[in-house]
Design a protein around this ligand. Structure first.
Ligand SMILES: *[C@@H]1O[C@H](CO)[C@@H](O)[C@H](O)[C@H]1NC(C)=O
Ligand SMILES: *[C@@H]1O[C@H](CO)[C@@H](O)[C@H](O)[C@H]1NC(C)=O
Length: 226
């Protein structure tokens, strides 16, 4: 092969590598734009694969009023309220983050308990209770919450990333609380090992919205910067 052709081909492959890298980087940095319907009881199918057209506020208000007055919603909310009361870690002035909060039962329970500063996030938003955020890439600064909670660690795509994000947003000596399907010491140990900057406080078996679950409490010990 002639020398200048070889040089040209080399340049071409460098250019392709650069483009591929940039594309990957771009894809990686994008927040996933999933269009999944959040509530399982909501059987409205999207008109297109990405039906995210904002519905009128009145419709949303009506929809929420209907949802929130349903018996299943209310019993789930009171179950979460009992769970949080039993935890004994919350005050009116606590700043709480709920990760993978679904339709927002836990957020409503906390608000009803008088916790003023509650942030709830889910891949799909449920206004006004739940904002949209990727649990693997939380849009919050380090160490801003007193307590982070999730009952949906099991559904996380990358559990260790999910946990380290929760942990990152909790202040020094703040708490991370997860509720997982009821399990024994070995599984609890595995979950505890996903936390890099917290110490294990305790695990108890509880009933949460009719399900037998294990509640694990961790407390932040080390600073991120260390
Ligand atoms: C918030 O304050 C009210 C009134 O003082 C009290 O009844 C309630 O238990 C407090 N809630 C929490 C979570 O401490
Ligand atoms: C929770 O229940 C499981 C059995 O389902 C048991 O193995 C475990 O020891 C219990 N954990 C606690 C903390 O009581």
């Amino acid at each position: 092969m002639e020398r200048h052709v070889q040089i040209f081909l080399n340049r071409l492959s460098y250019a392709s590598i650069a483009i591929a890298t940039l594309t990957l980087l771009f894809v990686f940095l994008q927040t996933p734009d999933t269009c999944v319907i959040s509530s399982s009881s909501n059987l409205r199918f999207p008109k297109s694969s990405c039906d995210s057209s904002p519905r009128a506020a009145t419709t949303l208000h009506k929809k929420n009023t209907r949802l929130w007055s349903s018996r299943s919603w209310q019993s789930k909310v009171s179950s979460y309220a009992a769970f949080f009361r039993d935890l004994g870690l919350l005050h009116n002035h606590s700043k709480v983050l709920c990760v993978s909060a679904g339709a927002g039962h836990e957020a409503m329970a906390l608000a009803q308990m008088g916790v003023a500063d509650v942030t709830a996030v889910e891949v799909v938003e449920s206004p006004p209770l739940v904002d949209r955020a990727d649990p693997h890439n939380l849009p919050f600064f380090d160490e801003v919450f007193d307590l982070a909670f999730s009952a949906h660690l099991a559904e996380a795509l990358f559990p260790s990333r999910f946990m380290s994000e929760m942990e990152r947003t909790v202040r020094d000596s703040g708490a991370c609380v997860v509720a997982v399907e009821e399990c024994g010491d070995m599984e609890v140990g595995e979950i505890v090992s996903l936390f890099g900057k917290s110490r294990f406080v305790g695990a108890v078996n509880v009933t949460l919205s009719g399900l037998r679950m294990t509640r694990i409490v961790m407390r932040r010990t080390k600073r991120i910067s260390s």
